[in-house]
Each structure stands twice: as structure tokens, then as C-alpha cells.
Design a protein around this ligand. Sequence first.
Ligand SMILES: [Zn+2]
Length: 264
Amino acid sequence: MKVSWLWTSSLTPILNLRSKICKMIDTHAHLDEIKEINRAIQRAKDAGIRGIVAVGMDLPSNVTTIDLAEQFPDMVQPAIGYHPWSISTDTIEENLKFIEENLPSCIALGEVGIDYKTKVKKPVQWEVFSKVLSLAIRHSRPVIVHSRFSHQRSHQMVRDSGIEKAVFHWYTGSLEILEKIIDDGYYISATPALAYSPSHQAAMKVAPIERILVETDSPVEYQGKVSEPADLIMTLTELSNLKGMASEEVQRITTSNAKRFFSI
Ligand SMILES: [Zn+2]
């Protein structure tokens, strides 16, 4: 009897939490890089996650991302992109062509952007980013932006292109640029790195909750653990603590943000 009481007692809060977070959406995951995807999707469902936006990096990754969305239509929505890490001058044309042809059947453009820590030359990154931004405009798609060490330029280019909906993913830039991002109506997204990254925490503290999306960027490793969409609970917990808000309230608002952002 004692064993059974212990079970009931320890499980009840978890079950309550799951029932309250039943509609969460992981807005940024590299599903094509996740091993044993069937199990990871099942664990995400078990954790109460009801949607995943799968992002692509380049042509092979975009093809797999679209395939995964077809394989898990009740859980996965595809976004396709051309990540600054993946740019090579001899494959730019074929990557842009694939995006041009397939963006209409995807919910967003991403992951795209600028990264000043990667070896690809800045002018090449700017040219590709500018071209993919025009594709997003042409097909009226929101943009998922990678802006590592390039926050100012990334924001400026998004703004100048006339894009209406953009999320500056895993934002760690200055609060001055964050203010401009918010003023322009754009979003930033939170990852499990909120547990330890001071610049990420500072941004999330200042940004209005109505402009924050939650994600995992899985399978990125956080403090030695390879992540998966089920780890969205970590992002939610950290964001709730940081904002001093109940987790169900943060879940409700960020889910509504994701639906508005992706028009889903
Ligand atoms: Zn990513």
C-alpha cells in the first residue's frame, strides 16, 4: 500500500503539468539530425508537445525535413532554409532553386541568416540572406533567423527587406538591438540555454512575453545533454522562472504566439 501511495503522490504533479501543457509547439528543431526519430517523436507526444516546426539547413536537409513532415503529419510542420554554415559558392544556385520551388508548401523560411563566426565570407552570406529574404516576401512566409554575432546586420537586413514576420532565434544580442526588433513587431525565441546563458536570460527578461516563441534547437547539446523536442519543457520551465509567471500561463501565451507567427 505504501508503494502505491508513493507512486500516486509522485506522479500526480507530473500528470497535472502534462495536462496543462498539452498544446505546446517546439518552434525550431533540426529533426533531420535526430537519431531514432520515431522514439523522439513519441517522447515529445508523451511530454505533451503537440507540434514541431522542423527547420532545414541546405538541400539534403530540406529534402529530409519535408519527408519527415509527410511521415508525421499530425506533429511536424516543415520550414526550409539555407543556413550560413551550409553555404558553399558552388551550391548556392541549386539551394535557392529548391527553396523557390518548395517554399509554398512549407510554413516558414528557415533556418537562414548570418553568422560572423563561420568561415563563409560576409559578402557571400549577405548576398544569400538577401536573396532568401526576397523569396520569403514573394511567398509571404515568416522567417526564422540565425544571427550569431551578427545581430545588428541581421536585423537591419530583415527590416530593409520589408519582411513583416521574423523570429530572431536563440537571441543573445544586445538589448539596444532587441528594442528595435520588438519595435518592428518581430519576435525572439528561447531555448534550454536559458538555464545558463546570461545574454539569453537578459534578452528574455526584457522582451514582452507576447513576442517570445519557445524552442529546443534540438539536437543541440545543452550542458552535455543532446536535446530533443521533449526538452521543450526545460525551455518552458526556465522562461516561467525568469518571468515569474505560472508555467501554464507562459505555455498558453507562447503557444498562441506560435500560432499567430506561423498562421497555424
Ligand atoms: Zn537551428
